[in-house]
Every structure is written in structure tokens, then in C-alpha cells.
Write a protein that binds this ligand. Sequence first.
Ligand code: FAD
Length: 581
Amino acid sequence: MAGSDDFPLSSSTGGFEGARELLAHEVVVIGGGLAGLRAALAAANAGAEVAVFTKVHPIRSHSVAAQGGINAALREDDSVESHAFDTVKGSDYLADQDAVMLLASEAPDRVREMEHWGTVFSRAEDGRIAQRPFGGAGYPRTAYAQDRTGHNLLHTLFETALGQGIRVYEEYFITRIVVSGDRCLGVVALNIREGQLHSIQARSVVIATGGYGRIFDRSTNAVINTGDGASLAYRAGAPIEDMEFVQFHPTTLYGTNILMSEGIRGEGGLLWNGEGERFMERYAPKAMELAPRDIVARSIQTEIDEGRGIDGKPFVHLDITHLGAEHVKERLPGIREICINFAGIDPIEKPIPIQPGQHYSMGGLACDSDGATEVTGLLTAGEAACVSVHGANRLGGNSLLETLVFGRRAGVAAASQAPTAPEPDEALMDVALREEVARMNGILMRPVEERHADLKERLQKVMFEHFGVFRNGPVMKEGLEMVQKIKAALEITGIDYHGSVFNQALVGYLEMESMVELAEVIAMGAIAREESRGSHSRIDFPDRDDERWLKHTFAYVGEDGPIIEYREVTLGHFEVKERVY
Ligand SMILES: Cc1cc2nc3c(=O)[nH]c(=O)nc-3n(C[C@H](O)[C@H](O)[C@H](O)COP(=O)(O)OP(=O)(O)OC[C@H]3O[C@@H](n4cnc5c(N)ncnc54)[C@H](O)[C@@H]3O)c2cc1C
């Protein structure tokens, strides 16, 4: 193997080693959630040799936690046009309308395909796939498997991928995307179990690493949702898009912020404040509890801020006691279990205390509708990506759908590009590996100035308090300074565990690097955008301003921090209008 002794494959003081064996695959998919597995299947079916790398077992990906359902116009009296319109309106007109048309038009095929592969959906009286109403939708088009939709979909895809013989590398943590010029050559990964670094050559790489929810306190996301893929790609030169748009879900369980699915309101759940009012009458008199998430989250937060929480506390009630025990047990068994285990409340008998919490990342790695980023050979799909179909606010049920529609498209594109990719450059991959070995050992050798876990907690609090449901210029500027101080503190601190096998301290440190990198971009994008649109709601700029701000934010890595640019939104199918519910 080529390379120089300036960067040895191991350090003389122990620590991490570089594996001598160079791994090589035609298509490498990073992420074993729904987007990654769907991309891998599509690439394999298109004839490519594929491997999936994931930092946890695929079934532990956050996709497994999805509850409420997946959208598709499956019935004769619904339509692709209507699904697309609801999505564009829900996005506060920031979504790219050509991508939304693809999302809605490919939805029925993707959902039926999952059923044919084995997903057991809940059934309507007539035996067809059952669908429930969801926020911001003009038709009850959310197909579901009780309240465990993601669980059922992910198991189906994982079994199908295994059946196709797709190689899955579990507990491999990607630490770097290797780019030369504007071409992606592969990745470097840490084998967490064995404590070795590997260079992995690829003709195409698909980033499907999920969202960045854990940058915020009070998140419904799994602890692994730290935005690694988008951040690594950004550091490798690809732009990230619309990062300031962060979704706060209106109903998370008070105390733990576990998600209380929109499916609860879809089944007829009602919202009450401390004064016994069904307060949504004031904010969305027609749609009521089934207004889109940004509107319901702001309404609840306003009730709490103005002292109308339950007993003056920071929560309101989500009530399904009127639905009856049978209905709750049949349609919402997982929710009931969570309420009993985590809040000591049986929702059949008592209302659920809820408050808004961080839930979804609308922004992500900028890509076209076949997943192509600005780096040749580097593609992306799922929550890590920004196509953009959700614009400034995602509708419930559209994210599971996005993983399947755009996961498949990215997989097909990755396979079709692979044969024309240039010959692999082993020497460059070797240099990248040696640099990563030196970098990891550098982190190990630094003294611990401040624990990165403490820095993470500080970051999450700053982000929730300064870039939360409501935002304000001066408060955000103060927040950005705090984020930059945390970033500087992280750069000089080491970690307190030095073993190479299962070094979760190192994994945590690397995740924190990604989080703070993205946090800075979220903060800068939010401060720059002087308007309120979708989830980005500014007290100092309360109105939407299409004249100045009907555009996407793009961030590139620069020497002194992010460089922000703006791009046009693709319109053409639906007229931009005021958003009323
Ligand atoms: C509680 C909850 C409920 C939800 N309910 C719904 C719903 O009902 N309907 C809906 O449409 N949407 C829902 N969503 C959103 C939806 O589930 C997600 O957007 C979607 O599942 C994301 O899928 P993904 O494949 O992009 O990422 P994920 O499922 O998050 O998978 C990411 C993968 O990337 C891997 N990875 C990450 N970093 C690295 C790294 N450095 N190296 C190697 N591997 C890495 C992980 O191991 C994982 O396998 C919900 C989300 C939450 C949090």
C-alpha cells in the first residue's frame, strides 16, 4: 500500500490503528434507516454491488420510532395534485414544486410496494389499507400500521435487503468523506467494535444518515441523530441547505419529550388549556387540532407563555378520553404504553400533558431529485438530505414517504453512475486513512479541558432557548456567540477514555463535532433570514416576506466559518399565496 511514514498507521503510544486491508465497493450507502436501505435495494436491483455502513444496527435507526404513518393518494377520491398542493402550502411555499410533484406521484407505488414486500398496514372496513387524517392535509391520506408504522416498514426493508444479499457493516462510524477535486473517492470509517480505522473506496457514496435533532434540547429524536453525514459532506465541500428550518412538534410528553404522534389528533384527540378552553379555535378555527405542526406548536407555546398552561405549568392537555378504550387499544397501543410507562398516566382515563419539542430537520445536504450533491459521486437521501420537499415546514407522514421515494431514486442514480466513475485512487485513500489515524490519536492525546458531554448539554440548551419555537434577532445573536465559544472549547479538549475498542467517548466527541458545526450554520441562517416562514418564526419580523426571502439558504464551508448564499425556489405548479387554515 502506498503512503508516507509522516502519517503512521498506528501511534507509538497506543490508540487507534489503520487497517491494512483497503475495503472497496461499487456503491457505498451510509445509513441503515429507511432511506439507506431503500437506496441500497434500488442500487442492487439496478445491478450494482452495494454495501451499507451504519453506526448502529439498522433496526436501531431512528426510522424504527416513526409512529403515525405515511402519506399517499391511494383512493379514487384523493389525488396526486391534492397531495402535492397540501405539501407545498404546508411548506409555506418554500418547497421545490417539481420535487414535490415527484414525491406525491411516486407515493402510491412506494407504499404498495412495501405492502407487497411484507409490511402489514392497518385495514379499513373494506379491507383496503386504512388511512387517517393528518395535520395540514385536505384528505385523510396517511396510511399506518397502528402507531408503529416506522417499525413495520424498517423491519420489512431490512429483511428484504438481507434477502438480496446486501452486505451490512454494523457499528462502523464514518469519520470522513474523501474528496479529491470535486469527486468523492470513498470514506474513512471507524470500526467501533475493533477500534480500527478503514478506508473504503467507492464509485458512488450515498449519505442517508438521518436528521440533526439532537442539536436541540427537548428532542423527540434518538440520541444518534447528530447530523454526522450532512456535516461531514459539508466539511468535504458540499453545500447544506435551509438549515434554519427546524420542526418543533406540538405534542411531546411533558418531562421526557417522547413523541405523542400526530396520529392521536388524527384519531380525534383534542387540545385543552388550563382554563378549560379548546384554544385552537383562536389560531386555526377551521382546521383546529389538525392545522400543520408549526401553527399548532406556536399556539401551544403561546398558551403556555401567557400563563394558560395546566395549573400554570409549561404544558397543556392532549385528550383522547372520549374515544373509548377499544378505539385507543386498537389504534394507539404504543402511545398508551408510553404514557403508562413514562408518565404513569393511562390516556384512556386521563388527558396527556404535552409541550412542543424539537422533532425534524427540514434542512440538510443540498441535492437534486436524484440525490446528486455538488460533489460528483456523492449522493444523499432521507432526512439527511434537502431535496427540498418540505420547505419551511414538513407535513406529518411526508418524511417516511420521502425516505422511500428519494431513497430509491438516489440508489438508482448511484448504480447508474458507478460504471463511468474513474479508476479508484488507492494512494489518495491511503493518505486520507493515515490523516484520520493521526487525527483520532491527536484527540486521544489532548488533555481533557472540558468534558464533551457537558459541552453537548450546553449546546442543546443554547439551541432550544435561542433558536426555538419563537426567535428574536438579539437573542439569536447572543446564542450564536455561545455556539462559537462551545465550538472553540471542543476543538482544544480531549477525551477521558483512551482504549480503542468500543470507545464511545470518541464516538460522542466526533458526533459533537458534527453537531456544533451544523449548529453554527442553523444560527447564521436564522439570524440572516429576516422574516417568519413555516417553522422559522421571528418576533422581530412576524410576516412572511416573499419579495426578499422566497429563496433557499445554501451554506458552504469557509476558512472563517460558513459562507451563506441564496438560490431560487422552483415554482410553477401552484401559485404562492397567503397560508390560512
Ligand atoms: C419519534 C419519531 C416519530 C416519527 N414519526 C413519523 C411518522 O409517523 N411519519 C413520518 O413520515 N415521519 C415520521 N418521523 C420522521 C421519520 O421517521 C424520519 O425522518 C425518517 O425515518 C428518517 O429516515 P432516514 O433513513 O433518513 O434516517 P434514520 O432512520 O435516522 O437512519 C440514519 C442512519 O444513519 C446511520 N448513521 C448516522 N451517522 C452515521 C455515521 N457517522 N456513520 C455511520 N452511520 C451513520 C445510523 O446508524 C442510521 O442507520 C418520525 C420521527 C421521530 C423522531
